[in-house]
Design a protein around this ligand. Sequence first.
Ligand SMILES: Nc1ncnc2c1ncn2[C@@H]1O[C@H](COP(=O)(O)OP(=O)(O)OP(=O)(O)O)[C@@H](O)[C@H]1O
Ligand SMILES: [Mg+2]
Length: 210
Amino acid sequence: MASGREADVYALGGGVVLRRYRDGGDAAPEAAVMKYAAGLGYPVPRVYRADGPEIEMERLDGPTMAGAYLSGELLPEAAAGIMADLLGRLHALPGRAGAGSIVHLDLHPDNIVLTPGGPVVIDWRNAGDGDPDFDTALTALILAQVAIGSIDHEIGADAGAMLSHLLRLVPGDPLAQLDNVVAFRAGQWTMSAEEVADLPRAAALVRESA
Ligand SMILES: Nc1ncnc2c1ncn2[C@@H]1O[C@H](COP(=O)(O)OP(=O)(O)OP(=O)(O)O)[C@@H](O)[C@H]1O
Ligand SMILES: [Mg+2]
């Protein structure tokens, strides 16, 4: 059905998809955080089974937010509003270890599906307990990477407009953890050397846009 950078997604029929990590890692932590968030009312696909690198989950109906944006269904401000709302609601969920909140650490327009029942967040592999400002700064940095053309995405420069609106709408302080987020992002295996080299420029755009 789809192949991302980390996983392949198969439609199994009956409203179920199978997502399998290509590197063979353990999907249990991802399934656990999805179930925890769902239990607190957060919009996440229902998990049916997790085993080794595989998760079977509810098949969502609808375009990703990136897809909807590219087909002209949303303005940048509305896209930013959806992201800000999803971040704010996520960060209201207490962390499981008693400190901080739940954080997603990859919440961007390709990881939001616009279903008839509302936006739903997918791709929870990086999720866990953490600092909400860190998560927000990471979303902002990803948008900035797209806006400056460092990450090649069809949304392109429009991500800069989403970024400005997002920074206005998000709760918390989106700049407080930005330096730490740049260091974290530089260490992610999905980043190329060129993308890492462009991170200071992306971070500068986040600061200018705030
Ligand atoms: N529960 C679901 N229902 C419907 N479609 C899904 C579901 N989960 C994932 N998809 C589809 O599969 C795509 C990839 O999923 P996901 O983002 O989880 O994988 P990924 O490998 O981590 O991707 P990327 O590296 O691109 O972020 C999504 O963009 C979406 O189109
Ligand atoms: Mg994804």
